[in-house]
Ligand binder design. Structure first.
Ligand code: PLP
Length: 399
C-alpha cells in the first residue's frame, strides 16, 4: 500500500462517512496548485471551497501565522488583543459597515446576525422575529441555518425545523413582499447563490429588495460568506448590485485559510449589548492574524479587480467551450465564481476525468460544474485548466 492508500484506510475505518472523497490524499499546496502524497500536482479550482482567495500558502499569510504563533494564540475576548482589531479596521474601512463581530464559520456568522435581527425586531418592530430567505440558498448546517437554507436536501431529515424562517423564490421581489407580515424583521440573501448553483439575480433585484426593506423597516442582510473578500470582482458582492445592506456575514475567504467568520452591521443596527453574544474562539489571535494578512493583500494589491479580470478571461474561455461542445448549455456567474451547465447529469464523471488529469473542480449540481479558483490564478493556469476540461468534455459520454 502507498502512503496515500494507508491514510485512506484510516479514513474508511475511523471517520464519520459524510462525504464521498476524491481519490487522492493531499499533503501540501502553493499558489493555485495542491500536491498529493505521490507528489502529483493539481490545479485547484475549488480553492479550499472559495477560501484561498490569494492562493495557497501565500507568503504574507504564512509569515503572519508563524509570527503570531510565537506571540499569543488565544485569549478570552474579555481582554484586548491586536490581530482582531487590525482585521476589524480593514473590514470596516473598506465596507459600508461600522461594527464587526468575529466567530468561527459561516453558519455561526449567520446565526449571530439572526440574533441581531431578532433583537432589532424586539426593540424596534414590536417583537417581529421572522426572517425571509430564498429557495436554493445556503446559509449553513446548524439547527437554525437548516431552516434558513431553502433546500429540501438540507432540511427533510431533520424536521421539525426551527421556526421563524420563511423561504421564498430567489430573484423575485414580489415573493418577498407577499411573505412580509407584521412578524417579519429581516431579509437574508446571498448576492449570488453559490452552493445553490451559482445563480445570479437580475441587476435590479437588490435595489428593489432594498426599497421594500426601507419601506417596511426590515433589516436587509447580505450573506457574503462565499461572495466576500473579492470573489465577485469587488471586495463585497453587494457592490456589484448597487445597494447597501444593513448587515452582512463573512467566512470562507475571510481567514485566508484559517477558520474565521464574522458579521458586520451599520451603527444604527448595532443593537447587541455586553452579554448578548460571544464566542470562546471568535476573534482568536491566530485566525485573525491570518485573516488580517490575507485581507491586507487583497485590498492593497487590489485582487478584487484583478480577480474580476481573471474571471472575465475564464468566463470567455468557458464560453468558447460552450460554442464547441453541444453538451454545454450555459455559462454563468460573476468574477471568480462561475458555473458551466451541462445538458445531462455527467458533471461528476467529467470531474473524475479532470481530477485524474490534474484539475480540481466541484459539481455544484449533478449537471453543473462550479469554478471558484484563487483570485490570483494566472491566464496560463486558466488555459491549462481549459485544456484539461476540453479533453474531459470530449471523452466523457452521456450517463
Ligand atoms: C459556505 C457557506 C455558508 C456556511 O459556511 P460554513 O463555514 O460552512 O458554516 C453560509 N453561507 C454561504 C453563502 C456559504 O457559501
Amino acid at each position: 500500500m502507498t502512503i496515500g492508500e494507508q491514510w485512506k484506510q484510516v479514513e474508511a475505518d475511523y471517520y464519520m462517512q459524510v462525504v464521498r472523497r476524491m481519490p487522492m490524499v493531499l499533503e501540501r499546496a502553493q499558489g493555485t496548485y495542491v500536491y498529493d502524497t505521490e507528489g502529483k500536482g493539481y490545479l485547484d479550482f475549488t480553492a479550499g471551497w472559495a477560501v484561498l482567495n490569494v492562493g495557497h500558502s501565500h507568503p504574507e499569510v504564512t509569515a503572519a501565522i508563524q509570527e503570531q504563533a510565537g506571540m499569543i494564540l488565544q485569549m478570552s475576548n474579555l481582554f484586548y488583543t491586536i490581530p482582531q482589531l487590525k482585521l476589524a479596521k480593514i473590514l470596516v474601512d473598506n465596507s459600508c459597515m461600522d461594527r464587526v463581530f468575529f466567530c468561527n464559520s459561516g453558519a455561526e456568522a449567520n446565526e449571530g446576525v439572526c440574533k441581531l435581527a431578532r433583537k432589532y425586531g424586539k426593540l424596534h418592530l414590536n417583537g417581529a422575529h421572522e426572517i425571509i430567505t430564498a429557495d436554493n440558498s445556503f446559509h449553513g448546517r446548524t439547527m437554525a441555518m437548516m431552516a434558513a437554507t431553502g433546500q429540501a436536501h438540507y432540511q427533510d431529515n431533520w424536521r421539525p425545523l426551527m421556526p421563524g424562517f420563511v423561504n421564498v423564490p430567489y430573484n423575485d421581489v414580489d415573493a418577498i413582499k407577499e411573505a412580509t407580515t407584521d412578524q417579519t424583521c429581516a431579509v437574508l440573501l446571498e448576492p449570488v447563490q453559490g452552493e445553490g448553483g451559482v445563480n445570479v439575480p437580475d441587476p435590479d433585484y437588490f435595489t428593489q429588495v432594498r426599497a421594500w426593506c426601507d419601506e417596511k423597516r426590515l433589516l436587509l442582510i447580505s450573506d457574503e460568506v462565499q461572495t466576500g473578500m473579492g470573489r465577485l470582482g469587488t471586495l463585497f458582492g453587494y457592490e456589484q448590485f448597487g445597494f447597501e445592506p444593513d448587515a452582512l456575514t463573512m467566512a470562507k475567504g475571510l481567514g485566508a485559510g484559517a477558520p474565521l467568520g464574522a458579521f458586520l452591521c451599520k451603527q444604527e443596527y448595532a443593537v447587541l449589548e455586553p452579554g448578548d453574544h460571544g464566542s470562546t474562539f471568535g476573534g482568536n489571535a491566530l485566525t485573525t492574524a491570518a485573516g488580517a494578512a490575507g485581507a491586507k493583500v487583497v485590498v492593497d494589491e487590489n485582487w478584487s479587480a484583478k480577480g474580476a479580470e481573471a474571471g472575465a478571461y475564464l468566463k470567455a474561455r468557458l464560453e468558447e467551450l460552450q460554442a464547441k461542445h453541444d453538451v454545454v448549455t450555459d455559462v454563468r456567474g460573476m468574477g471568480m465564481l462561475l458555473a458551466l451547465e451541462l445538458a445531462d447529469n455527467r458533471a461528476g464523471a467529467v470531474i473524475a476525468e479532470t481530477v485524474a488529469n490534474g484539475l480540481l473542480l466541484n459539481a455544484v449540481r449533478p449537471n453543473t460544474l462550479r469554478f471558484m479558483p484563487p483570485l490570483t490564478t494566472s491566464r496560463a493556469e486558466i488555459d491549462e485548466a481549459i485544456g484539461i476540461l476540453d479533453a474531459a468534455l470530449n471523452k466523457v459520454p452521456a450517463p
